[in-house]
Design a protein around this ligand. Sequence first.
Ligand code: C5P
Length: 253
Amino acid sequence: MKFSLFSPAKINLFLRVLGRRQDGYHELATLIQTIDLADTLTFTLAKEDRLTSTDPTLPTDSSNLIIKALQLFRKQTGLNIPVDIHLEKKIPIQAGLGGGSSNAATTLKALNTLFHTQISNEELQSWAAELGSDVPFFFSTGTAYCTGRGEIVQNVRHIPLPPFELRKPQEGLSTSEIYKALDLSECASHDPKQLLNDFLSGKLEFINDLEKPAFRLLPSLATFKQKLTEGGFTSSFMTGSGSAWVCLYSVSL
Ligand code: C5P
């Protein structure tokens, strides 16, 4: 048996950091939505495990979230059937677009189908938090308000957006480095619940508390952003921990 699934990217429409936690993570309130950009994962029952990818720079060992998801599925179900996985990579890495997290979620869903294990979406979502803070989002309906370290997912309705393009500087950004460079006193003061209500009623206010540390870690981002404005975009905002930006010609629909 062989089948393929899309593994979509996400953008953070707003991302507020509310504080540092005892466990080293940060308390977040973020509105996330999947977008059309997607990787494709193909799963085949095989004689032995194998992960291949169209991106030669991606590790295919257990540091890859796809392998971590496979190991988690095996730990939870006790099933140990070999599987061949091929990743057609379209989502840039170290971009804040959730590519790795999405691949992990897609792997859990695919294995559930491939092995007829009939585990509920909710249960797979609860396992997913172990793989990364963003992974549970990919079990949502596509738009969700996420809190905690990002793993508490509340589905909300789809937010219509004006046409946008993604731009990413060559340099990527590491999520943990961005959080280390974050100065909480620089964060916005907007109430995230209010921001959420605004988005749901059509008022789009794109805020990302991780932009300031990104500019500090990657000073060339200032020139990059300047070029976006010169290129005719009236507005742009970083997604997640970057380094990709969502660029708009107009903020109205
Ligand atoms: O959860 P995930 O493994 O994706 O997080 C990567 C890193 O980003 C964490 O090790 C942590 O340093 C940082 N992080 C954080 N607060 C969050 C999410 C991630 O500090 N809410």
